[in-house]
Write a protein that binds this ligand. Structure first.
Ligand code: PM9
Length: 470
């Protein structure tokens, strides 16, 4: 199979490999506005898909963050919200779910992932320390930098090549970490920042062998290893699919084993956990937990809600348990692979192997005539919206931002437009429509012009920057 990943639900060959393990109880109507209305909408949005109104969007692939459909159990859980300021029943349910499924002892809830990133960066980075990680993520690196850290990319080189086929393209290159330790000294490394499925590399997973080896290396040098667990359930499925010795293990067992090698984790619950809001940071060290608990009351809310309502914590506690069911995660990732397969078969340039949460279009290959400082991936996101009302997101030079030292654009090797698939929201027919639109935009790629940036905010510019056509 050309996407290099294949999901089977049962043993019988030649049978359809997966279907959603649910049926639909409630629907939300969507509709497509006309081409001329779409052209006007994207122009008014400064050609930034974050600035579109969602009523003007047909199929929304901006992000898989907070966009999941909750189950009937989760909605029922919302009615059990204990909205006490302190000591909510729902916090203890959430704490128990995280302790059981992820295995960490001390849990601090936050309003979403970046709240957790803020707390851990603030607690564990001293000014001037290095933070090696498997490729940057926008909010993660920003919080590390705001805490005085210097992010160093230690992912394997192959992760920067959109067409290199490796089942674990999210792996850390251990030699890069060794060299950094030799060069800077272990005391100048805050911790290793390991993301399960690497978002900016195309949703690429990390192998169990890699985290095991990393743990050993950390122990040799007295380093801490923290995990961005945001899409670690998807990562665990990829281990089950591709790593020897894991075929017969449940995703939940694999997830727990992976976390066992780490000292703690932060989480955007808006992804794997199947909820619309929430996050947490969790650690094994009591002293660090006390510092995080103290910081959370300053920045998020009391340590038993951290910015979430009681009902949100209940929905998350239920979502955590649903998220590690093998049939759920197989159908979630299976849908992404299905779309990837269609596109690969039509010769559309996408990052391969297909990752867990999204399809990443290679904007350089769409528009080789548009230089990177004219934002080809931003252009592609606009073209796709104009073609069909599908909303995607730039993941290239705009997302990479500016180097804090030089002030210049950072030029990532990957210049991508991401089609993120929300969990349990769209059907296979939607996937077909998406693929057809991408094909149409690819066929019309010749005379498309680049953009200039006309407004640029200081932080995380991709959210609010504005562009004009050249
Ligand atoms: N990720 C995404 O769309 C939403 C915001 S950026 C457009 O991919 C990782 C791996 C993430 C992530 C968010 C966060 C931050 C941390 N780690 O958005 O603050 O993908 O909940 O999480 C987004 P929050």
């Amino acid at each position: 199979m050309s996407s290099q990943r294949y999901i089977t639900m049962g043993e019988q060959k030649g049978r359809r490999s997966w279907a959603e393990p649910w049926k639909i109880k409630m629907v939300e109507p969507i509709s497509m506005i006309s081409r001329s209305e779409r052209e006007k909408a994207i122009q008014e949005a400064g050609y930034n898909t974050f600035l579109l109104r969602s009523k003007d969007v047909y199929i929304d692939l901006l992000t898989d963050s907070g966009t999941s459909a909750m189950s009937d159990r989760q909605w029922a859980g919302m009615m059990l919200g204990d909205e006490a300021y302190a000591g909510s029943v729902n916090f203890y349910n959430l704490e128990k779910a995280i302790q059981e499924i992820y295995g960490y002892e001390y849990i601090v809830p936050t309003h979403q992932g970046r709240g957790a990133e803020h707390l851990i960066s603030h607690a564990e980075i001293r000014k001037g320390q290095y933070v090696p990680g498997n490729m940057y993520f926008t909010t993660t690196r920003l919080h590390q930098e705001l805490a005085g850290g210097i992010f160093v990319d230690v992912i394997i080189d192959e992760a920067h090549d959109p067409y290199h086929i490796d089942p674990f393209k999210g792996n850390i290159d251990l030699r890069k970490v060794e060299n950094l330790v030799k060069e800077k000294g272990a005391e100048n490394i805050a911790y290793i920042s390991l993301a399960g499925t690497v978002n900016m590399a195309g949703g690429q997973p990390v192998s169990m062998a890699n985290v095991k080896a990393l743990r050993k290396l950390c122990d040799q040098h007295g380093l801490k290893l923290y995990l961005d667990a945001t899409r670690m359930v998807e990562n665990s499925l990829f281990i089950q699919l591709s790593e020897s010795g894991y075929k017969k293990k449940k995703v939940a067992e694999i997830l727990k084993e992976f976390c066992d090698y780490t000292d703690g984790a932060w989480m955007s619950g808006k992804k794997d956990h199947l909820v619309n809001i929430g996050g947490w940071v969790a650690v094994r060290d009591k002293n660090l937990a006390d510092r995080l608990r103290n910081a959370v009351v300053v920045y998020e809310g009391l340590h038993t809600y951290g910015g979430m309502a009681g009902r949100d914590m209940e929905a998350m506690a239920i979502g955590i348990r649903e998220s590690v069911e093998d049939d759920h995660i197989k159908s979630r990732v299976g849908q992404v692979l299905y779309l990837g397969e269609l596109l690969v078969n039509w010769g559309i340039p996408i990052v391969r192997p297909v990752g867990g949460h999204a399809i990443f279009l290679d904007a350089r290959a769409f528009y080789p005539h548009i230089p990177q400082d004219q934002f080809p991936a931003q252009v592609l996101a606009s073209e796709l919206y104009m073609d069909s009302g599908i909303r995607s997101m730039e993941r290239g030079v705009v997302s990479a931002g500016r180097d804090p030292q030089t002030g210049d654009h950072r030029y990532p090797k990957l210049e991508l437009t991401r089609l993120a698939i929300p969990r349990r929201v769209y059907t296979e027919a939607h996937m077909d429509v998406i693929a057809e639109s991408v094909k149409m935009v690819y066929e019309d790629r010749k005379n498309i012009k680049g953009f200039k940036m006309v407004y640029e905010p200081e932080y995380l510019r991709f959210f609010q920057a504005r562009f004009e056509r050249l």
